[in-house]
Write a protein that binds this ligand. Structure first.
Ligand code: ZN
Length: 102
């Protein structure tokens, strides 16, 4: 946070001088999203795979995120869960690459 433009203005009122100070605060927020993900073990492929997020898998399959979630619940995708509880999707899931073969 930076403090900038401190400005003091003298104000005369009768025989008294008051001062009014304006202080402007400037705040910056930096959010870093680390999209590079190390390979995670896919139990269906039996090897480490660069897993996709739910949304990235949706973009890959040209469907919405809810469809990916439903496919994962139905066991139609290779999926795993991170320690934080995030769903990861294996890009080698046949369901994801179905559209490419048509
Ligand atoms: Zn897999």
């Amino acid at each position: 946070m930076n403090t900038r433009a401190n400005r003091t203005t003298p104000l005369w009122k009768g025989n008294f001088m008051k001062t009014r100070t304006e202080i402007t605060f400037e705040m910056d927020r930096l959010i870093v999203v680390n999209r590079s993900r190390k390979a995670e073990w896919c139990s269906s492929c039996s090897r480490p795979v660069q897993m996709l997020s739910l949304d990235d898998a949706a973009l890959c399959a040209h469907v919405n995120s809810l469809t990916i979630f439903r496919w994962a619940i139905a066991g139609e995708l290779h999926s795993s869960e991170t320690a934080e509880g995030l769903l990861l999707i294996c890009p080698n899931s046949p369901k994801l690459t179905e559209g490419e073969r048509k």
